[in-house]
Design a protein around this ligand. Sequence first.
Ligand code: SF4
Length: 96
Amino acid sequence: MTTDRHEARAALLAYLERLSDNGARVPCREVDVPERSIWTSDDPEDQELAARLCVGCAGVKACDAYGLAWPKEAGVYGGRTDLERRKAATTPREAA
Ligand code: SF4
């Protein structure tokens, strides 16, 4: 992944658009999700609902990688709230 956040975000969005265009399921891009803004809401309850709706997303792996690489980015990425991503980014990994 690139070290430039804007470049990384543009690459992620382009990837998610390709998935959607090819018929893959990307819940935050689906027009029939009534409250699409819950993915970018500051409200923890909105974000928890959005994170649950990420289940089954075709782009979850790439989205999660982006969200962990840029933990200060607001909102839900990869099925994690921004609080969960920030905790994961600061928690040392266990030795294998
Ligand atoms: S995993 Fe990422 S791309 Fe998929 S629905 Fe959740 S926020 Fe959207």
